[in-house]
Design a protein around this ligand. Structure first.
Ligand SMILES: [Fe+2]
Length: 180
């Protein structure tokens, strides 16, 4: 039986309201993984994009708690630069293709120029079915060389969130706009 978007939304909402995100993040990841393993869920919610559509689609936004379930479909390479999600957390779920994810360590915060400087900490490949939780302030950068489909759960709709000004210590500027 197909796991539906509304069932995933209800499962996430119950966890957020009952346990809170830090205690419940592991269970949320489990439910996202369950959705990623369901071929019907993927075909229903992460369809191909036409040339006039954006890669990102907000599939569900919860009016009580504010979390969102988003579908991201990239048909071409997408290079993300180091970023956080402002005041929000996020769960990334890889439905199709591969993402090379780098996590960054903050080496200097709230400096005179209000820039957060970071250096790479670890790197891993997210494959189909892989899920990862990024807490508020976790700096990361995804690199997608081939077409990918992703599920992303956001604590609040990231379209409305101000991002931190982040630069890699060995780069002049690393504030990116793609693949966030
Ligand atoms: Fe991100």
């Amino acid at each position: 039986m197909t796991y539906t978007l509304s069932e995933l939304a209800l499962d996430i909402k119950n966890i957020i309201q009952t346990n809170g995100i830090l205690e419940g993040s592991g269970r949320i990841c489990s439910f996202v993984s369950k959705a990623l393993m369901d071929k019907n869920f993927i075909s229903d919610n992460l369809p191909d994009r036409t040339s006039d559509q954006k890669p990102r689609e907000v599939l569900y936004e919860d009016k009580d708690t504010g979390f969102c379930i988003c579908g991201h479909v990239y048909h071409t390479e997408a290079i993300g630069f180091p970023h956080d999600h402002g005041s929000s957390w996020a769960v990334y779920g890889q439905a199709d293709g591969e993402t090379e994810m780098t996590e960054w360590e903050i080496i200097k915060d709230n400096s005179d120029d209000d820039v957060i400087y970071v250096k790479p900490n670890k790197k891993y490949i997210m494959k189909s079915g892989d899920v990862h939780f990024y807490a508020q302030g976790d700096v990361h950068s995804p690199l997608r060389k081939e077409p990918v489909r992703l599920l992303r759960i956001e604590g609040v709709n990231l379209d409305n969130i101000k991002r931190s000004n982040i630069k890699a210590e060995d780069q002049k500027s690393s504030q990116g706009t793609v693949g966030k």
